[in-house]
Design a protein around this ligand. Structure first.
Ligand code: KIV
Length: 258
């Protein structure tokens, strides 16, 4: 079973970390059997699986429900659960309560939360102090879509400096890894070189210590994809063809032909 302590070691050894998102038992089982290192129950499931316009409406109860299903399908990978919007931003106490529920009720080994310095640093420090592993997430943070949009972050020198400072502050607060989303490659490289903990990139170039994709994008299930997504198969077409074939057989009276 992959554990949190191994990740830092892997960074030192130059072993890249493979991360994918999952939202249910079947997908989690497939990813785990294919030897993914870390499975993130990302709040992108609100859009990919539940059809919300953004990640904002997703509730903690919904995350708990999906994370439990994912954990039932996983034997080897590390499972990390996103804390959804407004389940941790109010106060460190609220974050402890929500993250505590995740660890107690689901079987996930840690949580991820968005944001950096100064907003989240104290919260990350308090969570790690009581033994709850936290993965940070800086750059494009989709829970701030109404302030940031889905644009690349860190393009100006001031913004790049701010993101670097956030990453350093999160590491100092005890984060075990940090997702870098949609920032310039050279900034991601600089952060990756500066930190002892692994960086996990999504739309952040190839220098990160690991890479994550939203599995719905990777499998070609999602209609709208960010520019940095990559599909390895087009499941939308494959599923549509299968459904059409089944429908044709039923309508033509050929299904279960003796
Ligand atoms: O919710 C999610 O899927 C994520 C990834 C994009 C890292 O946070």
């Amino acid at each position: 079973m992959v554990n949190i302590q191994q990740l830092k070691q892997w960074k030192q050894e130059g072993r890249r970390i493979v991360v994918l998102t999952a939202w249910d038992f079947a997908i989690a089982q497939l990813l785990d059997r294919a030897n993914v290192d870390m499975i993130l129950v990302g709040d992108s499931l609100g859009m990919v699986t539940l059809g919300y316009e953004t990640t904002l409406p997703l509730t903690l109860e919904e995350m708990l429900h999906h994370t439990k299903a994912v954990c039932r399908g996983v034997k080897q990978a590390l499972v990390i659960c996103d804390l959804p919007f407004m389940s941790y931003q109010e106060s460190s106490q609220q974050a402890i309560h929500s993250a505590g529920r995740v660890l107690k009720e689901t079987g996930a080994q840690g949580v991820k939360l968005e944001g950096g310095y100064p907003a989240m640093v104290e919260t990350v420090a308090q969570l790690t102090a009581i033994g709850i592993p936290v993965m940070g997430h800086v750059g494009l943070t989709p829970q701030s879509v109404h302030r940031l949009g889905y644009r690349q972050q860190g393009k100006t020198p001031e913004d790049a400096r701010r993101i670097l400072q956030e990453a350093i502050a999160l590491e100092e607060a005890g984060a075990f890894a940090i997702v870098l989303e949609h920032i310039p490659d050279n900034l991601a490289k600089q952060i990756t070189q500066k930190l002892a903990i692994p960086t996990i990139g999504i739309g952040a170039g190839s220098s990160c210590d690991g890479q994550v994709l939203v599995t719905g994008d990777m499998l070609g299930l999602t209609e709208r994809q960010p520019p940095f997504a990559k599909s390895y198969v087009n499941l939308r077409d494959i599923i549509t063809d299968a459904v059409r074939n089944f429908s044709a057989e039923v309508r033509e009276g050929k299904f279960l032909d003796p």
